[in-house]
Design a protein. Sequence first.
Length: 467
Amino acid sequence: MTKIGLEIHCQLTKLESKLFCSCKANYREFEPNQNICPICMGLPGSLPRLNQKAVESATSIAMALNCDTPEKIAFFRKNYFYPDLPKNFQITQLNVYGDMSVGGEGYVDVEGKKIRITRIQLEEDPGRLIYEGTSDRTKITLVDYNRAGTPLVEIVTEPDFENPRQVRVFLNILSDLLENLGVSEPGLEGAMRADGNVSIEGGNKVEIKNIGSFHDLEKALHFELTRQQSLSERGIDIIMETRHWDDRRKITISSRSKEEDQDYRYFLENDIPWVEINQETRDILKKNMPESISSKKERYVDKYDIAPQVADILSSDKYYSDLFENAHDDSNAKDIANLITTDLMGFVDTKEKRQNSKLTSQHLSDLINAMNSKTLTRTSSKIALQEIVKSGKSVKELLDEMDLGQVSDSSEIENIITQIFEDEKQAVIDAKERPETVNFLVGKVMQKTKGKADPVKTLELIKAKLS
Ligand SMILES: [Zn+2]
């Protein structure tokens, strides 16, 4: 049977400072090597000071992933030499004398299958190596330590995935969950990275490292499964090894043999005392956690009678659910939910569009009110919505400026209908014989009025004229 496990690294991008010093957690805005200090550079005599908020965020993640969280956590030094690691060790966690990492033994429900979470640990991100060209052919390698010491949460799963598709569904659930918790922005470049391990029936486990994005992870898993299957069919042993994903050629290539844990010479980081997270602290954290995606979804369906697919989209996307929560009241919740998931989605479907959007929740409730009071038709509201996203103008301003007001005046609509009946003689005959074709005529009226005619009244008037 195919077994896939994951190690996911997630930066706590919502924190102000790094894990052990006061340098900025948001290293992305700096010129190279400008977001560093003696602590994150590991200069002699410097001492780490643990970021309490990081411990709280990591514990919240553990709780949201149904993990056990221990009374006390400890940090370890993982010793290895690599140019992106200024101290020559990484401060991380290890469950060796009992459970001392922020969480363990959790699970995530993926389409009815329980994916077990082995453990969650808090650690520091290393710096970044920047190559001229590709890593295997570069003549120059540059090091940028701005990222060194950034708070990172590592989430390790059991090998419970049976195929790459399940992995993708899991990662989508996980990134929605992290965003909903308000601890990370998974969309930021490099904020979420994952390594995978893969084995097929009768074969050894192969780890795949160096995967830059979730999209590439799925490709790498597919490649690796196919490679292992073809070896197995030819009767060749699959050796236990670490392979690197070659982003350019889209293949995995064999790399150094994997270090065993003992090669890292783990030992307790004595510069950081054990951290107690007592029941009271955990209760407070639990109480302050935002409502979970599944609970939101349930509430939207039960309380507002929103369709389950709509509630699904709304609850899993923090941007939409925040808009919804601030815009709706008990009477218009369903309308606002539908407006977001039908019309708005197309206008804010990328991160850039969302950042540039001038839309507020007030706009949404104003739009729905205008539609419900028949000041705006649905078609016009879509035009208005697009304009609001661009300019941020109020619904009232747009009604005045853009001539979007709904045409409800019977004589005005009747005049247009008379005109259409002249132009579309065959359609009129058809509609008399087969009443279900009447929508063609309604459509013509809408076209002529640029969607502003009151659709209910239009249909009524056409039917009257046909009979
Ligand atoms: Zn620093």
